[in-house]
Design a protein around this ligand. Structure first.
Ligand code: URA
Length: 193
């Protein structure tokens, strides 16, 4: 029986083998599957890798990642306590928004990734990743509000948050994101114990 890390490696191999989003694969340096603890109770899902992520092969390692690390620390967590990934696993050219067909192409793989990890709570970062779980999402009104989302036999608690990049240089949005983040951590603790 494979362990979770081995299942994740198998998943990565399948994405490559099935040549998902060949155009993105062509322009990206590498596939960025995810980072952190495969046994985590909390999974963070962003949109797609940026430049630093594409270079290093790890999600959220640029400016947004530093802000994410700060919030994790404020919540008493380190990256190794959680798992971090994106909907789309290749950097879109010039960091454009991921296209609907790219999100659709990666959706079954994201679901497999979640079924392997089995988190209690999913924290989406930004409207793109929020909307793949909550189709009628209005991020300005729904941020910080948890919703139960069913998928096949799994049920996840999804908490949509603003994207760190959007909040980084906007003082009031930054504070809202920090407040939502700390509240989401409390909610995660309640659903874990
Ligand atoms: N923004 C994202 O959505 N994901 C990353 O991995 C980095 C920046």
């Amino acid at each position: 029986m494979l362990n979770k890390q081995e299942f994740l490696e198998q998943l990565k191999a399948d994405i490559l083998e099935n040549d998902i989003c060949p155009n993105l694969r062509e322009t990206a340096t590498q596939l960025v599957l995810g980072d952190g603890n495969p046994n985590a109770n909390i999974v963070f899902i962003g949109e797609a890798p940026g430049k630093a992520e594409d270079e290093q092969g790890l999600p959220f390692v640029g400016a947004s990642g530093r802000f994410l690390n700060e919030m994790l620390e404020a919540a008493g967590l380190v990256r190794a306590d959680v798992y971090i990934t994106n909907i789309v696993k290749y950097r879109p050219p010039n960091n454009r928004d991921p296209l609907p067909e790219e999100k659709r192409a990666f959706w079954p793989y994201l679901m497999r990734q979640l079924e392997i990890i089995q988190p209690k709570v999913i924290i989406t970062l930004g409207r793109h990743s929020g909307a793949v779980f909550i189709p009628d999402l209005h991020i300005s009104k729904d941020h910080g509000h948890a919703r139960k989302v069913k998928y096949h036999d799994s049920e996840f608690l999804v908490i949509p948050l603003y994207h760190p990049a959007a909040a980084l240089y906007n003082g009031s949005m930054r504070q809202t994101l920090i407040d939502d983040f700390l509240a989401a951590k409390k909610l995660a603790d309640q659903s874990i114990h």
